[in-house]
Ligand binder design. Structure first.
Ligand code: ADP
Ligand code: ZN
Length: 290
């Protein structure tokens, strides 16, 4: 038995085939152009494994329709990437591959990967955030994603702006929401260089940590998860997670007693594989379901 994973991102699609033990056997990547072009490559890739492939998990950029009863279930809905707006992703894949398709957001998929095989293993509730090209979050409680009329959009919460940060924000919808202030492109817009080019002792990192700490603060008070995991490109700054813990402690001011912060606020165990492992695990759940 083999499982498929599609991490559908705004710049590239990463497609993988793996085992029921969630080990990656083969991984390829295609640029995100138009649905017909990109999915032709995706389908060709999975066709090679058609005989053994049992299910595919998709973690997609969005917003997406996740409601099974909705007539547009499985569609990418209101994305600014116009070629993909109102595109029937799950329908197209089902028609081509004839296997069950698990369907969720890119960040939920990564959250699930960490939940089943990373730093969420053995816990019953986690929140996972990515601080990358955008900011997104996924929350899991007892194996289920927390969602309602739609999936959460945790990256667009409002945060208090740091008094030394005069940046107007880069979110096209909300200007200075968390994503507008703290995602990679917001850093690049402030300084004209990417985050990875800023020295580790740059004063800005304390401001960045202030925003991420507020994100942890909100997650703590709203969801009381057992662990908060911060992934994504910006968290590759190795000093960041400790800065976040320190500011978080200060903001919380002992109001609630959290788990030990070194265990409570962490970076992912699976690094770049969280999304793939999560898609495999969601696909595997679909196989076990039937
Ligand atoms: P995506 O969100 O597109 O899946 P990433 O999580 O890798 O991809 O995020 C990419 C963003 O993270 C870019 O804006 C990039 O500049 C930023 N980034 C990548 N590495 C680092 C780093 N070491 N330090 C700070 N920012 C980084
Ligand atoms: Zn926003």
């Amino acid at each position: 038995m083999l499982l498929g994973s599609i991490e559908a991102g705004g710049t590239k699609f990463v497609c993988s085939v793996g085992t029921p033990e969630l080990e990656i056997i083969k991984r390829v990547s295609f640029p995100t152009t138009t649905p017909s072009e990109t999915l032709a490559l995706v389908i060709d890739f999975f066709q090679q494994y058609a005989e053994e492939l049992q299910a595919i998990g998709i973690g997609s950029f969005g917003p997406i329709d996740i409601h099974p009863a909705s007539p547009t279930y499985g569609y990418i809905t209101s994305t600014p990437k116009l070629a993909w707006k109102d595109f029937d992703f799950v329908g197209t894949m089902t028609e081509a591959m004839h296997v069950p398709i698990a369907w969720t957001t890119d960040v939920n998929a990564a959250a699930y990967g960490e939940y089943v095989k990373g730093h969420g293993q053995g816990l019953s509730s986690i929140v996972y955030y990515t601080i990358g090209t955008g900011v997104g979050g996924g929350a899991i409680r007892q194996g289920q994603f927390i969602e309602g009329f739609s999936h959460p959009e945790m990256g667009h919460i409002f945060v208090r702006q740091h008094p030394d940060d005069l940046f107007e924000g880069a979110c096209p919808y909300h200007q200075n929401c968390l994503e507008g202030l703290a995602a990679g492109p917001a850093i690049e817009k402030r300084f004209g260089v990417k985050g990875q080019e800023l020295p580790v002792d740059h004063l800005y990192w304390e401001i960045e940590a202030y925003y991420i700490a507020q994100c942890a603060y909100t997650a703590t008070l709203q969801l009381s998860p057992e662990r908060i995991i911060f992934g994504g490109g910006v968290m590759q700054q190795e000093h960041m997670v400790q800065r976040v813990r320190v500011i978080f402690k200060d903001l919380l001011n002992n109001y609630v007693r959290t788990p030990d912060l070194a265990q409570y606020i962490v970076t992912p165990a699976l690094a770049n594989n969280a999304g793939t492992v999560g898609c495999f695990a969601l696909a595997r759940d679909r196989v076990w379901e039937v």
